[in-house]
Design a protein around this ligand. Structure first.
Ligand SMILES: Cc1cc2nc3c(=O)[nH]c(=O)nc-3n(C[C@H](O)[C@H](O)[C@H](O)COP(=O)(O)OP(=O)(O)OC[C@H]3O[C@@H](n4cnc5c(N)ncnc54)[C@H](O)[C@@H]3O)c2cc1C
Length: 381
């Protein structure tokens, strides 16, 4: 059996690796003309690392990423609001969360493919017949397979043309990300904090992602069309973070404005229909989320594993798609929903509202925190 995969992001690449291990053949098509080293980092949750463990990639990635002992949410004065012990995650769920440079992750996944990605192939149309499915690309070429896995991201053309959606939701926040080349002091290398400012979506974080690379990100509530030059964006970041305690200032001082990547943070209004005929959605194409739980890519990675598993134990793709959807839908919807609520919580403004917000997060009952960790990291795969 052969799958056509449209989209060579984290979801598509992981799917290709997982499918191959289950005896499927695939062809994978990416719209971008070439892969570029993405200048940002990512936190792969312990749940995503469980998948990479099963695919035989965990040690390879760990050797190239950072090593975190503690992950915090703090207020800008340095008070701890929430804390996750990465050793505890490993002990309880078998794997640690891994901070890694996106370019390193991308290169590792590309290296482990059996069939290279065909770049410069933007899928523009799909035709189904009784015997298979044909994807057509902007350059006039075509590819044929038994099924098509649409891993083409939040703005999925395949989803919009053949399945439909309920549209996108703007979280109210713009994010700037970058990586900085610097040596962090040893104690800063093994911890990371998402630091919440005085409301209005202001948050920032940095984390060691391997080598001498430090991933930095910053968010603020702004109109989605707000335009900033790179220098203006850096000036805004410096201004907003000027009162932040800890090592943040040293990292900010080293940011090269030309390397800042701007993203308006959207999610996909949840949809329940993930497949039609021989087409199935995966990753952000199915359930794009705001990054507040750091789970978007981790969920795409889980999808990849589950879809490959479902396809491997039946020759009927409709029942495999049905099983995949029923195993994934409730979990991903809950993540999208919780992440959205968190984004809105960080948008609160005014000193009373912010004090209440921080109090609520700091005093979250231990049982609730434990249930949330269990939900996020014990994916039941
Ligand atoms: C600021 C920010 C921080 C984040 N941090 C984290 C984090 O720490 N941890 C985490 O787990 N997640 C995080 N995420 C989410 C994560 O980046 C996404 O969930 C993840 O990249 C989704 O992977 P994907 O493969 O489904 O989609 P994408 O990464 O969007 O990949 C889709 C691919 O398809 C290609 N494509 C698009 N259209 C077509 C077409 N028509 N034909 C062919 N190819 C096409 C695109 O070029 C792209 O390469 C973050 C997101 C943001 C915005």
């Amino acid at each position: 059996m052969k799958a056509i995969i449209t989209g060579g992001g984290i979801g598509g690449l992981t799917t290709a690796i997982a499918l191959r291990q289950r005896g499927w053949t695939y062809e994978i098509f990416e719209a971008a003309p070439e892969y570029k080293a993405v200048g940002a980092g990512i936190l792969l949750g312990a749940n995503a690392m469980k998948v990479y463990e099963r695919l035989g990639l965990a040690r390879y990635l760990e050797a190239r990423g950072g090593y975190l002992k503690q992950l915090y949410i703090k207020d800008y004065k340095g008070n701890i609001l929430q804390q996750i012990d990465n050793n505890m995650l490993e002990h309880s769920y078998g794997n640690r969360s891994l901070p890694i440079h996106r370019a390193t992750l991308q290169a590792a996944l590309l290296e482990h493919l059996q069939q290279p990605v065909q770049t410069g192939k933007q899928c523009i149309a799909v035709t189904e017949s009784a015997n298979g499915i044909v994807a057509r690309f902007e350059d006039g070429s075509e590819a044929e397979g038994d099924i098509l896995i649409a891993a083409d991201g939040i703005r999925s053309v395949v989803r919009e043309n053949y399945i439909g959606s309920n549209g996108y939701r703007y979280s109210g926040q713009i994010c700037w990300r970058t990586t900085v080349t610097m040596e962090l002091p040893p104690e800063e290398q093994v911890t990371t904090a998402e630091v919440w400012g005085r409301g209005n979506g202001v948050r920032a974080s940095f984390m060691h992602v391997g080598g001498n690379q430090v991933y930095f990100w910053f968010t603020k509530k702004l109109p989605e069309a707000a335009v900033f030059s790179s220098d203006e964006a850096l000036a805004l970041i410096r201004r907003e973070l000027s009162g932040f305690s800890g090592y943040m200032q040293q990292v900010v001082a080293r940011i090269d404005p030309a390397l800042l990547i701007r993203s308006a943070l959207y999610d996909l209004s949840p949809i329940s229909n993930w497949h039609k005929g021989r087409i199935v959605l995966l990753g952000d194409a199915a359930h794009a989320t705001t990054p507040n739980l750091g789970q978007g890519a981790s969920q795409a990675i889980e999808d990849a594993y589950v879809l490959a598993e479902c396809l491997s134990h039946t020759s009927s793709y409709p029942s495999a798609f049905q099983e995949y959807t029923s195993r994934r839908l409730a979990r991903t919807h809950k993540i999208v929903h919780t992440s959205w609520q968190l984004a809105q919580l960080t948008n609160w403004k005014g000193s009373c509202a912010v004090a209440l917000r921080n109090f609520m997060v700091r005093r979250m009952p231990a049982g609730m925190t434990k249930r949330q960790l269990e939900f996020l990291y014990n994916a039941g795969l």
